[in-house]
Design a protein around this ligand. Structure first.
Ligand SMILES: Nc1ncnc2c1ncn2[C@@H]1O[C@H](COP(=O)(O)OP(=O)(O)OP(=O)(O)O)[C@@H](O)[C@H]1O
Ligand SMILES: [Mg+2]
Length: 424
């Protein structure tokens, strides 16, 4: 088998690692799945973030091994998802004096100085700016203009949208993958990947909000003209439901997670005035009876809280007016009981619940909401490999004698020019 035609994706999520192996056919430009593997994230990762490189490599290795066995392909390179939680969009405004009395012509340097001032107000030292877009410029309290360069004035104001990343955590993830003798071909922002899997071209063109509710976080991404125009992360996900159920009902976490899932999948079997018996977890714990009403109350209040937070982020994003296609939910926790009904009532725009769109080559086992990121990463990898433009990050590091840190920053900057649009 020609190694050049193998495309592998790795989604490192808070609760699971998902690896897909595929083969592309350069003549027909099609692909087929050869195998996949999944393992639980534990130890090396905390909320999708590498906290111990050696242990993270072990976690990832289990999913890699399973995928290798199923596909009979040794994995040597992969496209890796970068969790959106390292990436934050920030907004800030600034003002500079150009002249005390006589208006003068505004230069590129003035515009840059204004944007630097606005940026420095909000970006903490541990973050690196990946992308910056200036807008809402005003000269001497006039109306908003698109580009102030070449115009005359005494005072210049403006707003910047800054995309920042915590590069060290991305670096640790790449090192964990490299430890398994696997080269990283490219890093892809996870919410971008999820959008690629579940959104239609029309949605991405006319404006849509993607909400991926995973285990540890809820990732929000807004697409317009086929580009990402906003992204943000809420530290709330499925684990939040589970830990509350466990604490408030006094049951073991794993039992609480199963109860939450069963309540969501077989909801009509649960009667509000009944109790469910929770079998003892081990010989040290006792059987427990849980009121269905109580369980539902816990789930409903967490759901309400997540929806409230999503709404706040959308309102604060400043891009809501560009969205004509409503909200699309995906991710494992989008299956939580009652979310669909509540979300439909909550938002004053259309709401859709999505799984990866069926495409030639994708297997039916990968059409679940929790597969969105993994499938999107694979689709991205297939597209890039068919274009034949892939140089792995590790190759770039060696060839250019650059540090991995510089390679990642360069890559993300380039990626964001593709992902983010500069104008409305
Ligand atoms: N049927 C279900 N009902 C409710 N919740 C579910 C169901 N199935 C899975 N979940 C929850 O979905 C979460 C996992 O979703 P997913 O696989 O999308 O997350 P992840 O990618 O591991 O995490 P993240 O994206 O936050 O890093 C878990 O918290 C799990 O309990
Ligand atoms: Mg995920």
């Amino acid at each position: 088998m020609n190694n050049q035609n193998i495309v592998v994706s790795i989604d490192v999520g808070t609760t699971k690692i998902f690896v897909i192996v595929s083969e592309i056919d350069r003549e027909t430009e099609k692909f087929k799945i050869l195998g996949y593997g999944m393992s639980a994230s534990n130890g090396g990762l905390n909320k999708g973030r590498v906290v111990d490189i050696d242990r993270a490599a072990k976690d990832i290795e289990s999913a890699i091994k399973a995928a290798e066995i199923m596909s009979s392909v040794p994995i040597t390179k992969a496209f890796v998802g970068i969790a959106g939680r390292h990436i934050e969009s920030l907004e800030s405004s600034g003002i500079i004096t150009l002249s005390e009395n006589e208006p003068r012509e505004i230069t590129k340097a003035d515009k840059r100085r204004l944007e630097d001032i606005a940026e420095n107000k909000v970006v903490p030292v541990e973050r690196t700016v990946i992308h910056r877009i200036g807008y809402n410029y005003r000269i001497d309290d006039s109306g908003i203009i698109k580009n102030p360069i070449g115009m005359r004035g005494c005072k210049l104001e403006g707003t910047v949208h800054v995309v920042t990343g915590m590069i060290n955590t991305i670096d640790a993830l790449i090192k964990s993958v490299n430890k398994l003798s696997i080269e990283v071909e490219d890093v892809v922002l996870e919410p971008y990947a999820s959008g690629k899997a579940v959104l239609t071209d029309t949605e991405k063109r006319t404006g849509v909000i993607l909400v991926d509710i995973g285990g540890g976080t809820t990732d929000i991404a807004v697409f317009k003209n086929e580009k990402l125009i906003y992204t943000s992360v809420l530290p709330l996900g499925g684990e939040y439901f589970t830990s509350d159920i466990a604490t408030l009902l006094g049951i073991e976490t794993r039992v609480a997670d199963n109860l939450k899932k069963d309540f969501s999948i077989n909801n009509e079997d649960y009667k509000m005035d009944e109790v469910v018996e929770i079998p003892n977890y081990d010989r040290y714990t006792e059987k427990k009876e849980v009121e269905v009403k109580h369980l539902k109350e816990i789930i409903d209040s967490r759901t309400e809280e997540i929806l409230e937070n999503i709404e706040k982020k959308i309102e604060a994003s400043g891009v809501k007016h560009q969205v004509y296609n409503g909200i699309v939910f995906t991710g494992g926790s989008s299956k939580i009981a009652g979310l669909k009904e509540r979300a439909e009532k909550y938002f004053d725009m259309p709401v859709r619940f999505a799984v990866p769109i069926k495409k030639d080559g994708l297997s039916d086992q990968m059409l679940k909401p929790e597969d969105a990121t993994g499938v999107g990463l694979l689709l991205y990898g297939v597209e890039k490999s068919l274009e034949g433009k892939v140089i792995s990050l590790n190759e770039e590091e060696q060839e250019g004698k650059k540090s991995m840190f510089d390679v990642i920053i360069g890559k993300l900057k380039k990626g964001f020019d593709i992902f983010f649009s500069d104008s409305e």
